[in-house]
Ligand binder design. Structure first.
Ligand SMILES: *Cc1c(COP(=O)(O)O)cnc(C)c1O
Length: 332
């Protein structure tokens, strides 16, 4: 695999730490659980989009863009990191925000990530849930061109092949850390949403000859849809990095039983997981992605699917800025 041939800008603090969580592991009484701290990527409170944006923004710079266009939910972590990256590179940022929550509170629509987007000076436009964002972003790009600018469109979550390169890199980085720390890891667990993280990891690991199983915990789509989305993007990403065919269909597994009533809607198990990690490990997770993924991992331990003697890595994809938007909703 050749990552070095792709244009890239430096945005993230890498490598991110890989840490043991002794108190959580003891509390749950199952495997030893480690956390890969991609909440510490550094840009604007960090998170997984920063690794992807190193490649997306690298391509934008190479193409001479001066305006970034992207899309996300009102409390999108991707939008917040993109808005910050645009500032760092001296570009404008046009953001299409989608209403995806049933009855958003005032706090949800003004605090957390959206508050930070405004600090970064992004131009925010709001759209109803289910809008056609390919069309809407093309319209905004046309507007930018008409006023003399050069737009570059980053899809939701930066989950195309270019963005997924960031997680190919993360997969390789983790294999190096496992070897440096002399760790035999049995399972990797990650939240899986727009699929770039999960797909990139699959390519990074399989393309390096590792057969470490990856458990994706879904946050929006049903299992078949999510797995197909991840698989398709893995195949395309594997082609791009010159390792065609390295990911098989049955390498991709998503457990989508922890979504509750929908994307971004709180669940009791997410609430429990967020408090557990805060109170046992001093770590902050988010209500939309990493909190639900943790709830899934905790349930797998309780169900005996991960057992004593095993070593599990949970990829912390960040998102704690979103907690503030849920201040009225979480039960403390
Ligand atoms: C975007 C996001 C994810 C999901 O990553 P995808 O690449 O979209 O699947 C997980 N956790 C957090 C905190 C995120 O912001």
């Amino acid at each position: 695999m050749q990552l070095s041939k792709f244009p890239r800008v430096s945005l993230a603090h890498l490598p991110t730490p890989l840490e043991h969580m002794p108190r959580l592991s003891e509390h749950l009484g199952g495997p030893d659980i480690f956390v890969k701290r991609d909440d510490c990527t550094g840009l604007a409170t960090g998170g997984n989009k920063t690794r992807k944006l190193e490649y997306s923004m690298g391509e934008a710079v190479e193409q001479g863009a001066d305006t970034i266009i992207t899309v996300g939910a009102i409390q999108s972590n991707h939008v917040r990191q993109t808005a910050a990256a645009a500032c760092k590179l001296g570009m404008a940022c046009e953001v299409l925000l989608e209403h995806r929550i049933g009855q958003p509170s005032e706090t949800y629509t003004t605090s957390g990530n959206v508050f930070l987007d405004r600090i970064f000076g992004a131009n925010l436009r709001e759209y109803p849930g289910g809008s056609d964002f390919d069309v809407a972003m093309a319209d905004v790009a046309e507007e930018v061109r008409t006023s003399g600018g050069t737009p570059y469109i980053i899809p939701g979550g930066a989950s195309n092949t270019v963005g997924a390169l960031g997680y190919v890199g993360c997969g390789i980085e983790m294999l190096e850390q496992f070897s440096e720390q002399n760790l035999q890891i049995d399972h990797l667990v990650t939240a899986t949403g727009s699929a770039g993280t999960h797909a990139g990891l699959a390519v990074g690991l399989r393309g390096s000859g590792s057969d470490l199983p990856i458990l994706g915990i879904g946050v929006n789509a049903p299992q078949d849809v999510q797995e197909e989305r991840v698989y398709k993007l893995s195949v395309e990403t594997a082609d791009l990095v010159g390792s065609p065919g390295c990911v098989a269909r049955d390498d991709i597994f998503a457990d989508c039983n922890y979504i509750g009533s929908g994307y971004g809607e709180p669940t009791d198990s997410m609430n429990e997981a967020v408090l557990m990690l805060a109170r046992f490990e001093g770590l902050l997770f988010d209500p939309v992605y990493s909190g639900k993924a943790l709830a899934g991992m905790i349930d797998h331990v309780r169900q005996g699917r991960f057992t004593k003697g095993q070593n599990i890595v949970f990829l912390h994809t960040g998102g704690s800025a979103g907690l503030f938007a849920y201040a009225d909703t979480l039960t403390l």
